[in-house]
Design a protein. Structure first.
Length: 376
C-alpha cells in the first residue's frame, strides 16, 4: 500500500517566505535522498498582496514596482516558470514536491498534477480543462495557472495559483499587462478572459475556503491518501537561508534574461468596429497578445486565436496555421482569419523596430519558460 502524502497548510505567508519553503522541500527528494520519503502537497495562501513572476521573466517588465511599494505589495521571482500573478487571501497556492519520475515528459507531469485541481474544482460543480501550455480554464476563461521546475538534484516542484476570487482592478495596478492600456475598459477586458470559483459558484470564497476540496481532488485524481504534517526542522532551516539569500534578495528578484521584451499595437477595421491588437515579444516569440474592441463579448474564435498566440513564433506561416485552427468558421468579427494574422505581423514589426534590435530566438538558461529541459 502506498504511503500517504504529507499535507502542509499555511495562511498569510510573505512572498519570499512562501517560495523559500517550497524550494526547501525539494532537498528531501534528491536522487541520493531517502527513497521512502513521501511526496508533499502544500496548500497555502499568501498575505494580501504579493506579486510573483515566473522564473524566466523580467520582474521590472511584468510588475509595477513603484505601485507595489506604494500599496505594500510584496514581490519575488518563483523557481517555476509561467507568468506574473498576484497572490493573496483570495487565491490558493498549490505546491507539489516529490522526486522527478525518470523518463516522463515535463508536459505530462504538469498535466498529471493539474488533474488534482481539476478534480477538486469538480467537487464544486466547476468543469475545468487543461488549456494552452500552463492554464486551467472554464468555458475558455482561465481559473488557474500552472508551473513546473525540475531540480538538478532530482526533485520536482509543481506550482499552481487557483483563483478563488480576484480583485482585477488591483491586479491591473501592480502588474504590467496589455489590458492595463485600455483605461476604463481594462477590468471588463480581463473579466472576459478569466474566471474565479466565486464567479462560477455565485458565492464569494477565498483561497482557504477551497483548500479542502482541492485536497480531496488530489486524493481522488492521484489515488493517494493525505496525512496532515509539518515542515521538518531541516526544511525550516533551509527555507530561512533561501528567504534571505534568494527570494528576498533583489539580485534574484530583478535578475534579467538576456533579451528585453518589445511591445507594440496595430489596429484594423471590422463590421463590428475597430479592433486593436496589443502584442508583447520576447525575441521572435510572442509573449502575450490581446485583441480589444467595442464588442460586448470577445467572439469565441478570436479568443481561441488570442490564446494560441502565447509563446508562438512570429512567423506568417505559423500564424496562418493557428488562425485556421482557431477560426475554421470565421473570426466572429466579419473579417477573414488572414486579417488577424496581418494585425499580429504589423504589431510585431512595430515592436521589433521600436526595440531597436532585430527579432531573434529568445535566450533562456536551460529550457523554456514553462518546461525546463528534461534532466538526463
Amino acid at each position: 500500500m502506498t504511503a500517504p502524502w504529507r499535507l502542509l497548510t499555511h495562511d498569510g505567508v510573505e512572498a519570499a517566505a512562501g517560495l523559500a519553503l517550497d524550494e526547501a522541500m525539494l532537498a528531501g527528494y534528491a536522487r541520493d535522498g531517502d527513497p521512502g520519503w513521501p511526496p508533499t502537497l502544500r496548500l497555502y495562501t499568501y498575505r494580501s498582496h504579493c506579486a510573483l513572476v515566473g522564473r524566466y521573466q523580467h520582474l521590472d517588465a511584468e510588475v509595477d514596482v513603484e505601485a507595489c511599494r506604494r500599496t505594500g505589495t510584496g514581490f519575488s521571482r518563483r523557481p517555476t516558470g509561467g507568468g506574473a500573478i498576484v497572490m493573496g487571501d483570495g487565491q490558493l497556492g498549490v505546491a507539489v514536491a516529490t522526486r522527478a519520475p525518470a523518463g516522463q515528459n515535463p508536459r505530462a507531469l504538469l498535466a498529471r498534477y493539474a488533474e488534482g485541481i481539476v478534480a477538486g474544482l469538480a467537487e464544486l460543480g466547476i468543469e475545468a480543462t487543461f488549456a494552452g501550455k500552463n492554464d486551467l480554464s472554464v468555458d475558455g476563461r482561465k481559473i488557474a495557472g500552472l508551473g513546473l521546475y525540475l531540480d538538478p538534484g532530482g526533485g520536482l516542484l509543481f506550482h499552481s495559483s487557483v483563483l478563488a476570487d480576484l480583485d482585477i482592478a488591483f491586479m491591473l495596478q501592480v502588474l504590467n499587462i496589455p489590458a492595463a492600456k485600455l483605461g476604463d475598459k481594462a477590468v471588463a477586458a480581463v473579466a472576459e478572459r478569466i474566471t474565479t470559483v466565486s464567479r462560477e459558484t455565485g458565492r464569494r470564497v477565498g483561497g482557504a475556503d477551497i483548500r479542502a476540496v482541492i485536497a480531496t481532488g488530489f486524493a481522488k485524481a492521484l489515488g493517494i491518501g493525505l496525512e496532515p504534517g509539518t515542515a521538518t526542522p531541516a526544511e525550516e532551516a533551509r527555507a530561512a537561508v533561501l528567504q534571505i539569500e534568494r527570494y528576498g534578495n533583489e539580485q534574484w528578484c530583478f535578475e534579467h534574461s538576456p533579451q528585453p521584451d518589445a511591445t507594440a499595437t496595430s489596429m484594423f477595421k471590422t463590421p463590428e468596429g475597430l479592433v486593436r491588437c496589443y502584442l508583447a515579444l520576447h525575441g521572435s516569440t510572442i509573449k502575450s497578445a490581446l485583441f480589444a474592441g467595442d464588442f460586448n463579448a470577445v467572439p469565441e474564435p478570436l479568443a481561441r486565436f488570442e490564446a494560441s498566440l502565447r509563446w508562438a513564433r512570429l512567423e506568417e506561416a505559423s500564424l496562418e496555421k493557428l488562425a485556421a485552427t482557431a477560426c475554421p468558421d470565421g473570426t466572429g468579427l466579419g473579417v477573414p482569419p488572414s486579417e488577424l494574422v496581418r494585425a499580429v505581423l504589423a504589431a510585431g514589426e512595430r515592436a521589433t523596430q521600436h526595440s531597436g534590435t532585430a527579432a531573434a530566438a529568445p535566450v533562456r538558461p536551460s529550457g523554456s519558460c514553462y518546461f525546463p529541459e528534461e534532466q538526463r
